[in-house]
Design a protein around this ligand. Sequence first.
Ligand code: MF3
Ligand code: CO
Ligand code: CO
Length: 307
Amino acid sequence: MIGRNDLCYCGSGKKYKKCHMLKDEKKPKNPPERLNVRNDLVKTNDQVEGMRNSGAFNGQLMDYIRQFVRSGISTEEIDSLVHKYTIEHGHTPACLGYRGFPKSLCTSINNVVCHGIPSPDEVLKDGDIVNIDLTSIVNGYFGDSSETFMIGDVSSKARHLVDVTANALIRGIDAVKPGVPLIAIAEAIEPFVKSQGCSVVKTYTGHGIGQKFHEAFTVYHHVEKDCEPIVLKPGMTFTIEPMINLGGYEVITDRKDKWTVRTKDGSLSAQFEHTILVTDDGAEVLTLTPSQKKAGVRLHAAGVDYK
Ligand code: MF3
Ligand code: CO
Ligand code: CO
């Protein structure tokens, strides 16, 4: 809760009543007097630098792997490439051994929503869509991002899904500003996705990230009443990673491998993910290469740079 005599959440150093209070009182939704200020979730400058480094490496790894995501390659071969590149650069693939996960990345094809396990038996073919979800540890800091690739000629429905999902992430990123409630991200994503005839997976969410893979807080992509009433502040780092289905939002986890998550109705699912830093005036996308950042790219999706 912010009291009128507390310091304003925007970081101005002024008391709340002398700063954002009057403006906030005019806003009807999510009254900030009911939002929690969580200074404990704000990273130090050193931690932010650590996150910039891990994000940049993860972006570089995605950029490297892109050329191999083609018809005819097995997801196991992609796993070997990711593992080798990460180790050769002196870093650690975060997925390998995480809660017993057996590989260095997640590869989720067609109706697989997330957490697909790379396998020699799984060969990419024309018409597939596949999400490549990479997470690296660089000097103790995590970078986490994913991209859905279209292999060869895909159906117009699949193309629509991938396009909606990329735009869902862009809308989520655009909602990130100091002073806005965490739920603003979901409010930017879910109505848009529904308007496009798709659905938002509710079982899996974005997450705080730093020196741990998954830390406080949960970043919902659907408007959820259990969302913590937190106000975004400069220095917070978290992922936004909407999983979007062409059919219903329900999902089922594979009973045998306990990892692979599929749509219940067998419909296609896509996802894009970035690790985000809240800045003084908006969001910085951390999981990009330096040259993407310089060019003002926020997301690379289906061969297109979203600026
Ligand atoms: N990278 C996933 C995420 O975005 C988590 C994968 S956990 C794993 O949060 F164990 F499946 F690798
Ligand atoms: Co993530
Ligand atoms: Co991820």
